[in-house]
Write a new protein. Structure first.
Length: 277
């Protein structure tokens, strides 16, 4: 059951990120975030009502709330990266998120295993391969969106840590807490930057789908962490870029050269090794 839930989460994140990337090419990133997060907030509290879980207390949910804000920052970087560059490059780099929990464990004295060190090497190798491309003058330059993808990975990694801690008492309340924290931040950021948070009617279904798939994925991931170790769940959850890349290929016709395809596969495989450790 934990494996199925984690795979459902990967599917939801992959589809949601693809929709978010498309929406961010038509609207401001903050508009997409504010509206989609609000849609997700409604879904999260519907799950709370359906679960019947008692409120576990603010202190128990604080890590999830912090993780929600980190995820919001990660999504902002990811969607902007999608708007600027190829999804086939940005999405695999963002899969490096399991390195964040590894670093936190290391700071607490837990020594990474041999497979995790191998995973880190693969992640770095994949990111380097994906991040560089030829410029028009024949030289080398950083691929569009690559730096934003690294920021997205950091945000998602912090979310994994926070949602895992918050879900110990209630997975439903943990997701609700993460959304309760992220929605006001997105709205305030939009207001401060004078970004409109109204969405044209023809684009509203697309933006709403971003919130539905993203929050649904969070629900599946949080539920999976209550049934298996977060490392095992993160392995399967880190496969989400595969879904985004395949959709970009099928729908948008994105084509990457062989080195980029290999680099993407290496980065995702490395992330899986890190999480499995």
């Amino acid at each position: 059951m934990a494996a199925l839930l984690a795979l459902a989460g990967a599917l939801g994140w992959g589809v949601g990120d693809f929709f978010g990337g498309i929406a961010s090419r038509r609207l401001a990133v903050l508009t997409v975030l504010a509206v989609s997060q609000a849609v997700g907030l409604v879904g999260a509290y519907l799950w709370v009502l359906a679960s019947g879980d008692a409120f576990p207390g603010v202190g128990n949910l604080l890590p999830a709330a912090v993780g929600g804000v980190a995820a919001l920052a990660g999504l902002a970087a990811l969607y902007r990266g999608f708007a600027l560059g190829a999804m086939g490059i940005v999405a695999p780099i963002s899969a490096a998120s399991p390195v964040v929990p590894l670093a936190i464990d290391g700071a607490h004295g837990e020594v990474p295993s041999g497979s995790q060190w191998a995973g880190v090497v693969l992640v770095v190798t994949g990111i380097v391969t994906l991040s560089w491309e030829r410029s028009t003058d024949g030289g080398r330059r950083v691929a569009a969106g690559a730096g934003l993808a690294v920021l997205a990975a950091l945000g998602f990694g912090a979310f994994f840590v926070g949602i895992d801690a918050g879900a110990d008492e209630s997975a439903a309340w943990a997701v609700a807490a993460s959304r309760t924290a992220s929605v006001p931040v997105a709205v305030v950021a939009a207001l401060v930057t004078a970004t409109a948070i109204t969405v044209p009617r023809r684009t509203l279904p697309l933006v709403a789908a971003v919130g539905i798939f993203d929050t649904g994925a969070n629900v599946f991931f949080a539920a999976a962490t209550t049934r298996a170790a977060v490392g095992i769940v993160a392995v399967l959850g880190s496969l989400y870029p595969v879904v985004t890349v395949v959709l970009a290929w099928l729908v948008l016709g994105e084509r990457l050269g062989t080195p980029k395809r290999i680099g993407g596969a290496v980065a995702v495989a490395g992330a899986a090794l890190v999480a499995a450790g």
